[in-house]
Design a protein around this ligand. Structure first.
Ligand SMILES: Nc1ncnc2c1ncn2[C@@H]1O[C@H](COP(=O)(O)OP(=O)(O)OP(=O)(O)O)[C@@H](O)[C@H]1O
Ligand SMILES: [Mg+2]
Length: 292
């Protein structure tokens, strides 16, 4: 089964979608089969990369089937190996639907065990920066969560209180059995400015969670750089947009460091081409493969 990573934070605008999309783009360029799921009711991951084949259905069918997705929920981006389940639900509807289900926390986790997902090496689930049942269901589906934190006082405080409270909340049922336990949470310092304040906050975050059992601050730091917004505008993965090998903090190097830290077995593997797919026959084959 694929490795499942959910991007969570109780604060908005910290970089969940940016990191999820770019990590997906890079892993796909490594040759891994990647499924990106937009579980944010305000679809932004859905629009991040151009879509080559738009499936008739999306996230709401995955959820309202109780976690039994059908092949017609999976769209294909123009990049090889990078598929998408888009968000298609009017704002509060899906959250309200989940609220009525007793098994709501387990629905996305169930979906991850679907035979349809066996074709993937990695599933990346993007969520909305707020507290809600859909976020919790997505969080419980993950082998581990990545939570971007901006090194400013407000974001760090929100991480230390809101996001950690969500983690505790998710694990309230863990006493009933291991299957109710969430994965660990990895904090990723994102949009780091080269200032004394940012450095100090990053140090404080690391110290604060140095002996936490379920939270770890990743060594990789994503600097604040214009390339992230510019690549998003150009709708290409940022490692492909800023390919400077010699500049330690280029997006090429930073995204590789992040991928290697999350997947140590990939260490020193470099991205190949994510060349846009143009071959419709290839797409049809892949669709059939997913159906089989
Ligand atoms: N490392 C970075 N450097 C500079 N800008 C960044 C960086 N990471 C993200 N951004 C910018 O910050 C903004 C917010 O990022 P993004 O949409 O990924 O956050 P989010 O956590 O998904 O937000 P939401 O909670 O609203 O879904 C975007 O304009 C993005 O381009
Ligand atoms: Mg987002």
């Amino acid at each position: 089964m694929p490795v499942v990573i959910s991007f969570v934070s109780t604060k908005g605008g910290v970089g969940k979608t940016t990191v999820a999309a770019n990590l997906g783009g890079l892993l796909a360029a490594f040759g891994m089969k990647v499924l990106a799921i937009d579980a944010d009711v305000q679809p932004s991951l859905s629009k991040f990369f151009p879509v080559h084949y738009r499936s008739p259905r999306g996230l709401s069918a995955v959820v309202t089937s109780g976690g039994n997705p059908s092949a017609d929920c999976i769209s294909r981006t123009i990049f090889s190996n990078l598929d998408l389940i888009y968000s298609d639900t009017p704002d509060a509807e899906l959250q309200a639907w989940l609220n009525r289900r007793e098994d709501r926390l387990m629905i996305m986790r169930r979906a991850m065990r679907s035979p349809l997902l066996e074709a993937y090496d990695v599933v990346l689930i993007d969520t909305q920066g707020a507290v809600g049942e859909l976020q919790k269901s997505a969080a419980m589906a993950a082998d581990f969560m990545v939570s971007p934190v901006k090194p400013d006082a407000l974001s760090a405080a929100e991480f230390a209180t809101g996001t950690i409270a969500m983690l505790d909340d998710l694990n309230r049922l863990a006493d009933f059995g291991e299957s109710f336990r969430s994965g660990d949470l990895l904090a990723l310092i994102n949009a780091h400015e080269r200032t004394v304040n940012a450095r100090a906050l990053a140090t404080v975050l690391r110290q604060r969670f140095s002996d936490h059992r379920r939270v770890r601050v990743l060594d990789t730091v994503v600097p604040s750089a214009a390339a992230y917004a510019a690549a998003a505008t150009a709708r290409v993965p940022v490692h492909d947009f800023d390919r400077r090998r010699r500049f330690d903090n280029s997006a090429w190097n930073v995204m590789h460091r992040l991928a290697w830290e999350l997947f140590p077995s990939l260490a020193n593997v470099y991205a190949g081409s994510t060349g846009p797919l143009v071959d419709a026959v290839d797409i049809a084959d892949r669709t059939r493969g997913a159906l089989a």
